[in-house]
Design a protein around this ligand. Sequence first.
Ligand code: AMP
Length: 410
Amino acid sequence: MNFSNLALSKALVTAVKAAGYEQATPIQQQAIPAILAGKDIMAGAQTGTGKTAAFALPLLELLTQQAQATQPKAVRVLVLTPTRELAQQVYKSFVRYAENTEINIAVAYGGVSINPQVSALNKGAEVLIATPGRLLDLVISGSLALTQVQHLVFDEADRMLDMGFKDEIDRILNRLPLKRQTLLFSATLDDAIFKLSKTLLTEPELIEVSERNTAATQVEQIVYTVDSDRKRELTSHLIGAKNWRQVLIFTRTKIGADALAKEMCKDGIKTQSIHGDKSQGAREKALADFKAGNVRALVATDVAARGIDIVDLQYVINYELPYIAEDYIHRIGRSGRAGKAGLAISLMSPDEEWLLTAIEKVLDTRLLQQWLPGYEPDLTKTTDNKKNRRGGSKKHARAQALSGNKKKRR
Ligand code: AMP
């Protein structure tokens, strides 16, 4: 479907064309009319489906229509995101789509000085994209009032709950007008999201653009079984032998991300790491270097990688399988964005088999395990691992603890 058939004003259609979009994606085709009609929506959309434009375009359209009636400028659209990276990405999309309008957009997230964000708000912004912690800082310090908000968006609501933002969400909701439109977007729709939706949404329209919890179909998935002490060697071999230029690699820990990046540099592959312990500036630089092709590989933790949008990214390597099975979907969804083909390779050591089982359960499909010649696992070690089932259950307990240990980031 063409954007001009979606009841959007010329200013928006022109901006979308300038962005190079020709046809509306399925989530856009369904969400745009529903949002324009003023409905609450609950949308299950994978990363890379075009979900940002699915809510940004109709909200900008509604703001344009209200512009004459409502003066002076106040925040009318509030978009909540779990991470700084996603906040920046959504902000950039709004700015791009609004370029032919008079609408001002602001962004606020932690880890950087609050002052420029306050100044931007003081100039008057109708749209604010914010992470929950920094938003509360702004409200509590009196720099921002939320009384004029008419449209509230939760982007990646599942991740917001995973990161333990429920209390912040409740505190923000207490400060918002009751009469408003609420839109909830989530990559995965599980019981926790349905529970949240009950308290937030009024007669929502449920939109799902693909089957629940399925991985991006255009991403080919390969699982190599390999001993953990040979994973680094195999990673460098894959990237080097196949001459891959832009590879996103996932580790479970920040220390692991740094260590792997260091080792890979020694292997002659320019690599940087990105995670929550790095300053905002360092994260932005690493991402910019990766996007520009100055570094070949970027090693990221799950939280840091949320919101990374690289249109041409083809290769994702799961250096370690995630403890939270749904993270697998988010990880591999970084490639194959907007219909482009992708390849996701998981390096699974024999002691991670139970994590693969959990992923297969979420995907509702079996992933074929393969050995790469020269990197076959040492079967004597495998037997030892299988004997050592107690170790596995401890790891499982740790995974449970981790998912219960709701870490907060602003
Ligand atoms: P999102 O799912 O919002 O993160 O978008 C994923 C990528 O798809 C971004 O790079 C968007 O710029 C791009 N995109 C969004 N809508 C379209 C469209 N209709 N046609 C082509 N690309 C799009």
